[in-house]
Design a protein around this ligand. Structure first.
Ligand code: NOJ
Ligand code: CA
Length: 691
């Protein structure tokens, strides 16, 4: 009884604490008039906001502010100095991406606040409303009272208007390689969802979720909460307050103390974003996160090019060969590299990743003292770096350099310049970086401010040397590719590799149907699709890919990455019926249409190849058999297309008949509806060529 009284009191006082007072709430509406946000100060002088879609509350009264070390908190005793309203509308061109033209259209409200107390600290709240969502951030100008902020907690909150269905993964300070869960908000239980014994690093201190987190209201409004333009600050996880149906920002911290971030003024926080859609697919089509990032800081972009790549990679994950030379199973030998180069040259694959090329893999994992073990210039003696690069060049194939740091971040930082110089001198256009294991120094986490700075340093240094970057065990994507277009893709997802490691810990059948509506909203995903030998025999007889072959092909179109891997072994692709599709499938797009889909069920996406009239279509689906009817009205009118379809055979099934696929051809046009039978764990892929 006492407990429930306490809750009532808490709930009432929370509501009262954000009740509007004078001045009147300031209201901002989206260009289309569909969304509106209200901002006001409550009786304590704390800023609160509320977001509406028409007359429906999407984010209910939610408070903002900070608690700081050795300073009074920054969330009360504030008053409005002034407010400015403006509009913005431009269309910009992506150098590469899911589409060419992006419209950036929003209305903005900039509200300057100052403390009424002695110190009179000041900051602005900047709100932007797009037709597809809200973004806001805190902007701290230079000021006399303070020159920095030592942040203990950012108190940005998102109070939900109901106990929505959520697609979420645990708020981990070190890794995003978790399975996505589907539960009601009040059933989120991050602490019991670690999901995999092989996760080399994981730290989940709170019942919180990583972003993007995707939600669906009972009225079928889809929301995604995330952030944009994360620089020199910590990743925002969202703490779950079940009683108040509220997500509150929980920044990733560090091991030395309770501090979450230290920033020197002037400073703008990353944007906090709420995407809103009436159709789940519109979340994928939204470019809100990119629009909140600045235009490119690199002038000449001519060297930045999307590509398909193969790799001396899967064979190590299967245990066919090893990264280390010691042990006699070395994968990255000169002869093997040349074999892969030939495979690339024969199959329209522009680049080859070679892992295990440099010394140090004997002591890369499971050793506390790893500093200085890897260097990024010394090849193993059985791998002739220059010879391989020259052989590849002559065949028109580029080599992708691999820098596995084993999270010895200082070792890597010290060598960055030399390592990139080596790449540049050999004409190596791209590097894949990796951060397996706990960060050294072990007071830091992958997603904390210190590492956010490091990942950024690497991308900027790479740009100086005209090198593209693909990061594994990365910081999550917040749209930085708009400003740094050499940051092509990253992992930050439970990738294909998990399927090689164990059966139970492998990716569930519906994995990609959730990834498409969660992780992919942040940006490109290096999932590494294209395993066509689904059984993994003889190397891993007890593991397997839990998809059909058509699903694996569909992933090329559904899961966007400008560096897209053909992850399987060359010998497995030999004469395989999927090769015509894999040779032709594009990696850079003129436009993208999500035809249909629901998180956790299926998704069908059509993309038009950049600079071509050809379209590609991909479907990935969950464990249920289904029939889909997909309108082809994305095609230009009055034109015939030849459709080459890779579909599940009628008896296909991810478990007992994953290879059963039918390839068929017919003529279609924009008026047609494509009927597809999708197997359990199935999918489809198609090429549409104009006739
Ligand atoms: C983990 C990465 O995700 C994987 O792609 C890579 O092969 C290994 N680390 C070794 O660097
Ligand atoms: Ca990984």
């Amino acid at each position: 009884m006492l407990r429930s009284l306490l809750w009532v009191w808490l709930a009432v006082s929370l509501l009262a604490s954000c009740a509007p007072t004078t001045p009147e709430p300031m209201v901002l509406t989206a260009p289309a008039g569909n969304l509106s946000v209200r901002l006001w100060l409550n009786q304590q002088g704390q800023p609160c906001y509320q977001l509406m879609l028409g007359t429906t509350t999407v984010v209910d009264t939610s408070a903002l502010g900070f608690s700081l070390q050795a300073a009074s908190p920054l969330y009360s005793n504030l008053k409005v100095v002034d407010s400015q309203f403006s509009s913005f509308d431009e269309t910009w061109e992506m150098p590469w991406g899911e589409q060419r033209q992006v419209r950036n259209h929003y209305n903005e409200m900039r509200v300057r606040l100052v403390e009424t107390k002695d110190e009179q600290r000041t900051f602005s709240l900047v709100f932007r409303l797009f037709d597809d969502g809200l973004a806001f951030r805190y902007e701290f100008p230079r000021q006399t009272a303070i020159d920095s902020l030592v942040i203990l907690d950012e108190l940005t909150s998102f109070r939900l208007a109901g106990d929505h269905l959520c697609w979420w993964q645990p708020g981990d300070w070190d890794i995003y390689e978790h399975i996505y869960n589907e539960t009601r908000f009040t059933e989120i239980d991050a602490l019991s969802k670690r999901n995999h014994p092989n996760l080399a690093q994981t730290y989940i201190p709170e019942n919180a979720v990583n972003t993007p987190v995707t939600l669906r209201t009972d009225d079928s409004i889809y929301l995604s909460i995330h952030e944009a333009a994360l620089y020199d600050y910590s990743d925002m996880t969202l703490k779950v307050d079940k009683q108040n149906l509220t997500f509150t920002s929980e920044l990733v911290g560090r091991g030395t103390d309770n501090v979450k971030a230290v920033v020197a003024l002037p400073f703008n926080t990353p944007w906090r974003t709420v995407q809103i859609a009436k159709r789940a697919g519109d979340l994928i089509e939204s470019k809100l996160i990119l629009n909140l990032n600045d235009p490119p800081k690199i002038e000449d972009l001519s060297w930045i090019k999307p590509m398909k790549y193969a790799g001396i990679w899967w064979e190590m994950h299967l245990g066919k060969s090893a990264w280390a030379m010691e042990g006699g199973k070395h994968g990255a030998t000169t002869a093997n590299a040349k074999r892969y180069v030939d495979f690339c040259a024969d199959n329209n694959i522009q680049a080859l990743l070679i892992e295990g090329w440099n010394t140090g893999w004997e002591r890369w994992i499971g050793f506390d003292d790893r500093e200085g073990v890897f260097d990024f210039i010394t090849p193993y003696p059985d791998y002739k770096l220059e010879e391989v690069v020259a052989y590849a060049r002559q065949k028109g194939v580029s080599i992708i350099m691999h820098h596995e740091t084993s999270s010895t971040v200082r070792t890597y930082s010290q060598q960055l310049d030399t390592a990139f110089q080596l790449c540049a001198s050999l004409g190596i256009p791209a590097v894949k970086t990796g951060y397996v294991g706990k960060i050294i120094p072990n007071t830091e986490y992958h997603h904390g401010q210190w590492m956010v700075r490091h990942y950024q340093q690497v991308v900027e240094k790479a740009a100086e040397h005209r090198i593209m970057v693909n990061t594994h065990e990365p910081i999550k994507d917040t749209g930085i590719r708009r400003t740094w277009p050499n940051f092509m893709t990253r992992e930050g997802v439970r990738g294909q590799e998990f399927n090689a490691w164990s059966y139970e810990g492998g990716n569930p059948v519906d994995h990609l149907t959730k990834v498409a509506f969660t992780r992919m909203l942040a940006g490109p995903v290096d999932y590494t699709p294209g395993i066509v030998h689904l059984s993994l025999k003889p190397y891993k007889p007890n593991n397997r890919i839990k998809h059909t072959i058509a699903h694996e092909l569909g992933a090329y179109v559904v899961i966007y990455s400008p560096m897209q891997m053909l992850a399987d072994l060359p010998e497995h692709y030999d004469q395989h019926p999927v090769m015509p599709f894999l040779k032709e499938v594009a990696v850079d797009w003129e436009q993208t249409r999500v035809i249909a889909g629901e998180p956790g069920d299926f998704v069908a996406i059509a993309r038009q190849q950049r600079g071509s009239n050809r379209w590609f279509l991909g479907v990935v689906a969950d464990e249920n058999q289904r029939s889909l009817r997909l309108p082809l009205d994305f095609l230009p009118p009055n034109q015939k297309f030849s459709l080459e379809l890779y579909a599940d055979a009628p008896d296909a099934h991810w478990d007992h008949k994953p290879d059963a696929m039918v390839v068929s051809r017919k003529v279609v046009s924009a008026n047609d509806i494509l009927s597809l039978g999708i197997a359990p764990g199935g999918g489809a892929a198609a090429i549409l060529r104009p006739l």
